[in-house]
Write a protein that binds this ligand. Structure first.
Ligand SMILES: Cc1cc2nc3c(=O)[nH]c(=O)nc-3n(C[C@H](O)[C@H](O)[C@H](O)COP(=O)(O)OP(=O)(O)OC[C@H]3O[C@@H](n4cnc5c(N)ncnc54)[C@H](O)[C@@H]3O)c2cc1C
Length: 522
C-alpha cells in the first residue's frame, strides 16, 4: 500500500482542486513570481520564501537529509551545485540531498506550496543542463542509492540515486545482469527517462523494457506506484520522456538476466577503403550491410568510432558460443579492411566491464557537443550513409546496440519509433578544451548535421546537445518522443500546474507554474 495514503491528495482530487486554484491563485500568485518563468526564484523582488520560512521547513527534516543554502557556506554550496557536466551547471537557490523518501516528499511539498521550481539530479550528466537550474530547488538523489535483489523473482529494486556501477555491482554475487548504459557513473533514473541503451540491448531490449515498477513522487510529494497496468500512462511516459518532466522517480524494480561466465572485449581497427577490394567498402560490405548485421549474434554489441578513414571497433560479447562468434566474425577479421586486432580482454562481470569502459576523466571534463540520430535497417539509406562517410571521412560514433530485442518490445515506454527500429545509434560529436574554440568546434559539425537529420527524423533525447541557440531544433516533439499529444495529456493529468519542467521536456513550451496547487496542510 502506498505510504502516502491519507496524507496527501490523490491526483484526481488534486486536479479538481487545481481548477479552483487556477481561478483563485493565478492572478494574485503570479504577481510576485519571476516574470520569465512563473516560478519563485531566489532573486531580489521574487516571491522566494523568507529565510525564516525555509529554516522552519528544514527543521522538520530528519538528520539523514542535508539542505545547503548559498548564504551559509558559499564554497560548499558552489561545489554541491556543480554538475558532472560542469559546463551545464547553474546556480540553484536551495540544494536538498534527501536521505529518506519522507524527506524527499517533504521537499516536493514545500516547493509546490511556495512555487519553487524543482530540478532533480542523479549524476548530473545531462547534456542539455536539464539537471541544473537558476534559482531552483535542486534535489540531489545520491543518498537514495540502496539496492535489493529478490532471488525468487530474479528482480532488483534500487533507489533512484543509484548509478549503474552500484546496480551492476549489487548483482555480481547473484550472477545476474541489469540492462543499463555503459558508463558506470550514469544513473538508471535519467538513462531510463530517455530509453537507455547498453551492451545488452540487442539481447534484452532497451533499459526501459526490463522495468517492472516505479515508485514515483508527484509534484506535491504524493507517492504512487506505477507499473504496466497501474498508472500505466505515467509509467510509459516516464520511460522515454521522463527527464524532470512528470514528477520524480523514487525507486525502480527491474527484471534481471543470467550473467555469462566471462565477457569478452575485442578491439580492432579497419580501413574504410581498401585497394584490394574493388566492390564496396568496409561499411557497405560489413557494418552497414543489413545481411551481415542480422547474421551477428545478439550477444555481440559494441561501438564503432569513425575517424579519418578508419574505423576503431570495440566488440563486446556476452554470449557463450565462442565457435559461432569466431565463424561469424571471420570474414570481417580476415578481410583486407583489417588493419589491427588486439588481444581479447576478459571481464568476469558487467560491473568490471563498465569500470573499464569509463571514458578518461579529461574527456568527461572537456567541453563537449554531441548529437544523435538512428540509422534504420534500410539498405538504400545505409548505402547513401556509407558513401558519404567514405568520401567525407567525418568523425563520428556508431553504437551497434540496436536491432535484436529492441523492436520486439515496441509499445513499452515512449521512445520514438526510430529508436525502436534502429540498427545503430549514430553520434556526431566533438570535444575540446579551449573555450576560445567553442564557435569553430560547434560549427565544424555543420556539414554533417543536415545529413544526420535528413536520414534520421528521430534522435536520442539523452544524447543530444543544444549549444546556446545552436542546434535549436524545432521538431523536438516528434524527434525525441512517440505520440507527443498523448504525453502532454499525461503531463496535464499528473502535473496540472506544470511545476516539474526542463528543456525539451513534455509541456516545456506551455505556461509553467500556473498555480501552486498544493493542499493547505500536510
Ligand atoms: C559519459 C556518458 C556515457 C553515457 N552512456 C550512455 C549509455 O551507455 N547509454 C545511454 O542510454 N545513455 C548514455 N549516456 C546518456 C545518459 O543516459 C544521459 O546523459 C542521462 O540523462 C544521464 O542520466 P543521469 O540521471 O545520470 O543524469 P542527470 O543529469 O542527473 O539527469 C538527467 C535527466 O534526468 C532527470 N532525472 C534524474 N533523476 C531523476 C529522477 N529520479 N526522476 C525524474 N527525473 C530524473 C534530471 O532532472 C535530468 O533532466 C551517457 C552520458 C554520458 C555523459
Amino acid at each position: 500500500m502506498d505510504s502516502s495514503r491519507g496524507r496527501y491528495f490523490k491526483p484526481t482530487r488534486q486536479c479538481r482542486l487545481c481548477r479552483f486554484a487556477l481561478i483563485f491563485c493565478i492572478a494574485g500568485a503570479l504577481r510576485s513570481a519571476d516574470a520569465a518563468t512563473g516560478f519563485c526564484i531566489s532573486a531580489p523582488g521574487s516571491c522566494w520564501p523568507s529565510a525564516a520560512r525555509i529554516r522552519a521547513w528544514i527543521s522538520t527534516l530528519s538528520n539523514s537529509t542535508t539542505v545547503y543554502t548559498p548564504d551559509a557556506e558559499p564554497n560548499i554550496f558552489l561545489s554541491e551545485a556543480t554538475a558532472m557536466n560542469f559546463l551545464k551547471s547553474d546556480f540553484p537557490g536551495l540544494i536538498v540531498v534527501p536521505g529518506s523518501e519522507a524527506d524527499l516528499r517533504s521537499a516536493l511539498y514545500f516547493a509546490s506550496k511556495t512555487r519553487i521550481r524543482v530540478v532533480v539530479r542523479c549524476s548530473g550528466h545531462d547534456f542539455n543542463g536539464r539537471s541544473s537550474g537558476r534559482g531552483v530547488m535542486l534535489i540531489k538523489t545520491e543518498r537514495l542509492n540502496w539496492t535489493s535483489y529478490d532471488a525468487s523473482s530474479q528482480t532488483i529494486s534500487f533507489g533512484a540515486g543509484a548509478n549503474h556501477e552500484i546496480v551492476y555491482t549489487a548483482l555480481v554475487p547473484h550472477n545476474r545482469m541489469y540492462v543499463g548504459g555503459q558508463s558506470k557513473t550514469v544513473c538508471p533514473a535519467g538513462c531510463l527517462a530517455g530509453g537507455c541503451h547498453g551492451l545488452l540491448s540487442r539481447q534484452y531490449g532497451l533499459g526501459i523494457d526490463s522495468i517492472l515498477e516505479i515508485r514515483f513522487a508527484l509534484f506535491n510529494g504524493t507517492i504512487i506506484t506505477l507499473n504496466r497496468t497501474r498508472y500505466a500512462d505515467l509509467f510509459n511516459a516516464y520511460l522515454g520522456a521522463g527527464q524532470n518532466s512528470f514528477g520524480i522517480a523514487v525507486s525502480f524494480k527491474a527484471q534481471t538476466y543470467p550473467a555469462p561466465p566471462v565477457i569478452i572485449m575485442l578491439d580492432a581497427e579497419f580501413v574504410i577503403n581498401s585497394p584490394f577490394v574493388t566492390s564496396g567498402n568496409l561499411l557497405t560490405n560489413f557494418f552497414l550491410n543489413t545481411t551481415w548485421f542480422n547474421e551477428m549474434p545478439r550477444q555481440l554489441s559494441g561501438t564503432i568510432n569513425l575517424d579519418s578513414g578508419r574505423a576503431r571497433v570495440k566488440f563486446v560479447y556476452t554470449g557463450t558460443d565462442y565457435d559461432d562468434l569466431s565463424a561469424k566474425l571471420a570474414p570481417l577479421l580476415a578481410s583486407p579492411f583489417r588493419s589491427a586486432v588486439a588481444e581479447p580482454q576478459f571481464f568476469s562481470n558487467l560491473a568490471e566491464m563498465a569500470l573499464n569502459m569509463y571514458p578518461a576523466e579529461t574527456e568527461i571534463w572537456g567541453r563537449k557537443y554531441i548529437t544523435s540520430g538512428f540509422l534504420p535497417p534500410d539498405q538504400d539509406t545505409l548505402d547513401s550513409v556509407a558513401s558519404v562517410i567514405a568520401t567525407t571521412n567525418p568523425y563520428m560514433w556508431l553504437w551497434f546496440v540496436f536491432g535484436g530485442a529492441v523492436p520486439e518490445k515496441a509499445g513499452i515506454g515512449s521512445v520514438p519509433d526510430g529508436m525502436r527500429y534502429a540498427m545503430y545509434e549514430v553520434l556526431f560529436g566533438t570535444h575540446w578544451f579551449n573555450p576560445n574554440d567553442d564557435r569553430l568546434r560547434v560549427e565544424s559539425l555543420e556539414p554533417y548535421l543536415p545529413l544526420l537529420y535528413g536520414i534520421s527524423p528521430t534522435s536520442y533525447s539523452n544524447e543530444f546537445t543544444s549549444w546556446g541557440s545552436y542546434n535549436d531544433i524545432q521538431d523536438w516533439k516528434t524527434r525525441f518522443f512517440s505520440n507527443y499529444s498523448n504525453l502532454l495529456a499525461v503531463k496535464k493529468k499528473y502535473d496540472p500546474c506544470n511545476l516539474i519542467t526542463a528543456t525539451y521536456a513534455v509541456g516545456s513550451d506551455e505556461p509553467v507554474a500556473i498555480c501552486s496547487c498544493a493542499p493547505k496542510s500536510a
